[in-house]
Ligand binder design. Structure first.
Ligand code: AMP
Length: 249
């Protein structure tokens, strides 16, 4: 069974994101970039399926400029077999990404496509669902457990106040939630081996997709600064301030 995993290059989750001075976008100058954490979980799940003998090949795909090849190489070091970069300038919006992924799905014919539930830069939470709609494949979103069973995949989903398990007929789409697994670290020998693994570059034209943007970013703003706290002398003063200044009790 072939598994296709979509990985996105985003600002590393440890970095405190800054807006550009003119508010036109996020400042990416000299900022550490990484695989989107939910995509890392997707790669880990696919590699575990391969280690269990369920998957035969794990292909990773990333859509973006040449720099996203770094994240493809990281996924290859984590255990994926082969990479595909779809060359697109700038940060493609979810509908464009989903259309390009549909093109890759048609070309590669995977039995399972695993995506993150969300990219931490745009917080869109749209691509997996759009890919489901465009391909007509069943989707199990927010997965906390994935069990392939013959021609079906059982996906346990994290929903409000509990868990729901659905069975999807393969080929299917899964989007990962945080508790699905704990991704491994890439070892140095695997980082070296990853440099030799195949990485193909495709253009949107190769996939028959016209990249057309429907969204214009108007502005980005940092969250409001928190005002400084104060020290109170005793409980009476604390209660007084909560009652009369903060008016919360
Ligand atoms: P989003 O809908 O943007 O929150 O992204 C959800 C998931 O879609 C991500 O975790 C990735 O698996 C996939 N995805 C989004 N953008 C890209 C991209 N440019 N390249 C590859 N995969 C992507």
């Amino acid at each position: 069974m072939k598994v296709l995993v979509a990985v996105k290059r985003v600002v590393d989750y440890n970095v405190k994101v800054r807006a550009k001075a003119d508010g036109s976008d996020v400042d990416l100058n000299n900022v550490k970039m990484a695989i989107n954490p939910f995509c890392e979980i997707a790669v880990e799940e696919a590699v575990r399926l391969k280690e269990k003998g369920v998957a035969t090949e794990v292909v990773v795909v990333s859509i973006g400029g040449k720099t996203c090849q770094e994240q493809i190489r990281t996924a290859l070091a984590l255990g994926a077999d082969r990479g595909i970069q779809v060359e697109v300038e700038g940060n493609a919006e979810p509908l464009v990404v989903a259309k390009l992924l549909k093109g890759v799905v048609e070309k590669e014919e995977p039995q399972l496509v695993i995506l993150g539930k969300q990219s931490i830069d745009g917080d869109n939470n749209q691509t997996g669902q759009m890919l489901g709609a465009l391909t007509g494949m069943g989707q199990g979103t927010f997965a906390s457990e994935v069990v392939v069973d013959g021609d079906k995949v059982n996906v346990t989903r994290e929903i409000d106040g509990g868990l729901q398990t659905v069975a999807l007929t393969l080929p299917a789409i899964v989007t990962t939630d945080l508790r699905l697994n704990e991704p491994r670290y890439a070892s140095l020998p695997n980082i070296m081996k990853a440099k030799k693994k195949p990485l193909d570059v495709l253009t949107p034209a190769d996939l028959g997709v016209e990249v057309k943007s429907h969204i214009t970013l108007l502005k980005v703003e940092p969250p409001a600064e928190r005002s400084a706290g104060i020290k109170v002398a005793d409980v009476d003063q604390l209660v007084d301030k909560l009652k009369n200044e903060a008016k919360v009790i």
